[in-house]
Design a protein around this ligand. Sequence first.
Ligand SMILES: Nc1ncnc2c1ncn2[C@@H]1O[C@H](COP(=O)(O)OP(=O)(O)O)[C@@H](O)[C@H]1O
Ligand SMILES: [Mg+2]
Length: 430
Amino acid sequence: MTLQVVTAVTGAAWESALVGALDRVDHGVTVVRRCVDASDLLATAATGTAQAALLSADLRRLDAEAVARLTTAGVAVVGLVDPDDERAGERLRALGVLTVLPADAAPEEVVRALRAAVAGGTPAGRDVADPRAALPLPDAGGPAPQDRRLPRGRVVAVWGPTGAPGRTTVAVGLADEAARLGVATLLVDADVYGGVVAQVLGLLDESPGLAGAARQAAAGTLDGAALARLAWSVRPHLSVLTGLARADRWPELRPRAVAAVLDEARRSAALTVVDCAFNLEEDEELSFDTAAPRRNGATVTVLEAADDVLCVSGADPVALQRTIRALGQLRDLLPEVEPAVVVNQVRRGAVPGDPRREIGKALERFAGREVRAFLPADRRATDAALASGRTLAEVASGSPLRAGLRSLAASLARVPEPAGGRRRGRQRAG
Ligand SMILES: Nc1ncnc2c1ncn2[C@@H]1O[C@H](COP(=O)(O)OP(=O)(O)O)[C@@H](O)[C@H]1O
Ligand SMILES: [Mg+2]
């Protein structure tokens, strides 16, 4: 059967020579279209006429998102690189192109590679409409980067239902406490409905933050040094990648790129704490438009990539109801994720009887989840922190809320808690 191939090969000399040779000799290959840039390539891929794409590393507008969309459209991708450009192969692999050949390879060799790539199927095996298509492709070939063998940090996603249960308070508190316990920590504001972490920490933020890191990741240029330049260094052991200053800029947080940022974060920090938006819903109207960006795709991607997913809940009946619903939604969407419930703003009077007992029982019964931690309501402490743009450790170091956060931070970062901290947190919390 002839193989339908679309080409997007710049670098004049080889293009016509190679494409001509592919077409001319009977290799069983038909070049259905020669494209000038990545957009042209994607438009052709969307028509379903091509089974494989042959592209060069310097193609205009080529980024990881484009490669992902080709792959999920069922088009196998083979890259060609200038044999004199040593880094071109690496660049292509960073974008997700798993098969790379020198541009002076014999036409037979190129055809073999195209056939092998088509036979391999789509490495992700997921439709682009599924936000999980955003996850990095498994490494199916090419040399593993050197640093793969280094220890990789953990990622904790702080998520929860709508209604401001305290996701940001918990994320900031956990990151701050982990850093104070000596753990190299990166706090990432990934709220696609607008980030507030910069403001909460009193940072006069003009930095490109996570959106900037995502942009670089999509271009294949994000490394440890670039990440360090984009993050605020708040104090020893604590860096912050700030969020979207304006909520309408959510398309800048492309899921695939956010996943790549987290991957890089694992190399730089022992612990990465991600402040997530609440919403997991898909936009119904977009469900047929497989290429449309999805606002909640970044949240879903973070939850799937994280080692620990915290579901922060409020402690009154309305908040608990929302938590139960949100946990059900999470189970439907990502059944493999086992969230840990953190009940925040625990106080007497919001539910009848002993709040911990009653809340624990309700969540066990209606969501099938045990509570990992209870954090007390402490408005005086949180107001003092907000008013001064500082953290609980700075403005309310003896507060039971801070003690609870420190205890949770130690367990998530897998470091011992300083003596005394746990007992005090237990006695006075709730
Ligand atoms: N344990 C707590 N005790 C008192 N107030 C809290 C507590 N946790 C959060 N808050 C307050 O509740 C409000 C919402 O918290 P925030 O962390 O911004 O929620 P979310 O990120 O879930 O929208 C903020 O004013 C915050 O200071
Ligand atoms: Mg928030």
